[in-house]
Design a protein around this ligand. Structure first.
Ligand SMILES: Cc1cc2nc3c(=O)[nH]c(=O)nc-3n(C[C@H](O)[C@H](O)[C@H](O)COP(=O)(O)OP(=O)(O)OC[C@H]3O[C@@H](n4cnc5c(N)ncnc54)[C@H](O)[C@@H]3O)c2cc1C
Length: 393
């Protein structure tokens, strides 16, 4: 490890205090590294982290994502006991209610892979689904999958906690300072430049979320991450009546939306989101007038009693998307010391602690915590056109 502790020289600089940058800072600090995190926003988690609805599942079909999220869940679920602070963890599981034969076949088809990587998940009948989701529309309900170990966490509380704990370990933060340049000399990273200052380190981590591509350009590399916008909303608090996060995989009416998903958080608020069929690429974050009518119809069709729900606010955020929908964790071969943890798509919040833990190990010790072969499937130099196994967005 580099031990230079002069004023503005660090062992590592992380660009982005978001869903993955904050846990990486925390775990690198635990490795004994002197870390600086630089972010253009004014406080932690103010990028796409705060747009997330807080769903945390290891219910994927891609082995690397299953393994990383199992570690995330362990970290989130054990946080209060370890650090004394509540992250809003609701251990209610994830439930995919199924109404179509093709969805039943797809979900049953991936159960063996999911179980082989340690995920606690099973197919359950319609009666069990109706118990888990009281008031669900039971017409044509075939059953579904239920993974009780999954849950929800408050993205804002999690960001504040990783920030606090990493600072207690000595990590420093510069907010309101966007990185405007990377210092590269002789094929090696030397630090970053902001409008206010220059900071030096032999390791720099690009964790800039939907702006990851711009940071890559500063080092002459093209990172295939584009911002793809999604809307979400939250209700007023209600008496708790269901525990799991729910994903309805059916396409919505008028062929506008794919799946939609929602949960009831620790304060009883229902928090919801859908995936448009046509991706909406760009950085526009103004809410549209079509989101609420579409999602309200879908929510009420699935659980009619939600017709009385009061909506408190809506917002629009950006998924940092890769061409194959799988994240990128790697070291850059063209620039020594530059690392990537980018392209988190719609799952960066749930992946955050697992990514941070593994990237800290990868950077500090040269090997991730999960099986290195599985970790390497997330590499930057992979074929992005190849069809991947992940079938759950
Ligand atoms: C509506 C919606 C719902 C979602 N729901 C979920 C969910 O339930 N569960 C889940 O896991 N995920 C969810 N997501 C996805 C999740 O929000 C993202 O995948 C995740 O936040 C990405 O993490 P990140 O750390 O890569 O980016 P961010 O959290 O955006 O962090 C990147 C940081 O980099 C900073 N930055 C950018 N450029 C610069 C620069 N030049 N210099 C310095 N700093 C810079 C930004 O300010 C930002 O703070 C949702 C997303 C949306 C939009």
């Amino acid at each position: 490890m580099m031990a230079d502790t002069r004023g503005k020289t660090y062992d590592a600089i992380i660009i982005g205090a978001g869903s993955v940058g904050l846990p990486t800072a925390y775990f690198l600090t635990l490795e004994g590294w002197r870390v600086l995190v630089v972010d253009g926003e004014s406080s932690p988690g103010q990028g796409q982290n705060k747009a997330a609805i807080g769903g945390v599942r290891a219910t994927h079909s891609d082995p690397a994502k299953i393994m990383l999220c199992l570690q995330s869940i362990e970290i989130f679920a054990g946080w209060k006991e370890k650090h004394g602070d509540d992250l809003g963890w609701v251990p209610g599981g994830y439930c995919y209610p199924v109404y179509r034969g093709e969805d039943e076949e797809l979900l049953k088809g991936i159960l063996p892979i999911q179980k082989s990587y340690g995920l606690d998940i099973d197919w359950v009948g319609p009666e069990r689904i109706a118990e888990l989701i009281p008031g669900i529309n039971e017409l044509d309900l075939r059953g579904g999958t239920y993974s009780p170990g999954d849950g929800q966490v408050s993205p804002l509380k999690a960001a504040a906690e990783f920030w606090k704990q990493s600072r207690e370990g000595g990590c420093e933060y510069r907010f309101g300072e966007p990185v405007t340049g990377l210092l590269v000399e002789g094929g090696r990273i030397r630090g970053v430049r902001t409008p206010k200052d220059v900071y030096h380190a032999e390791v720099v981590v690009n964790a800039a979320g939907s702006a990851a591509r711009e940071i890559g350009k500063m080092a002459g590399i093209d990172i295939p991450v584009v911002p793809d916008s999604h809307e979400a909303g939250i209700s007023a608090p209600m008496e708790r009546f269901f525990d799991p996060l729910i994903v309805d995989m059916r396409p919505g009416p008028k062929r506008k939306t794919k799946n939609f998903y929602f949960g009831q958080n620790d304060r009883g608020q229902v928090i919801f989101c859908y995936s448009p069929i046509e991706p909406i690429i760009g950085t526009n974050r103004s809410c549209t007038s079509e989101f609420m009518p579409i999602i309200a119809r879908r929510l009420i069709d699935l659980i009619p009693r939600l017709k009385n729900m009061l909506i408190r606010r809506v917002w629009r955020g950006l998924y940092p998307m890769t061409p194959d929908g799988i994240i990128i964790l790697d070291r850059v071969r063209e620039v020594d010391g530059l690392y990537l943890e980018v392209g988190m798509c719609g799952q960066g919040f749930m992946l955050g602690p697992g990514v941070g833990f593994n990237m800290a190990r990868f950077i500090a010790c040269g090997e991730p915590a999960i099986d290195p072969e599985i970790f390497s499937t997330l590499g930057f130099y992979r074929d992005f056109d190849e069809q991947r196994a992940e079938v759950l967005e």
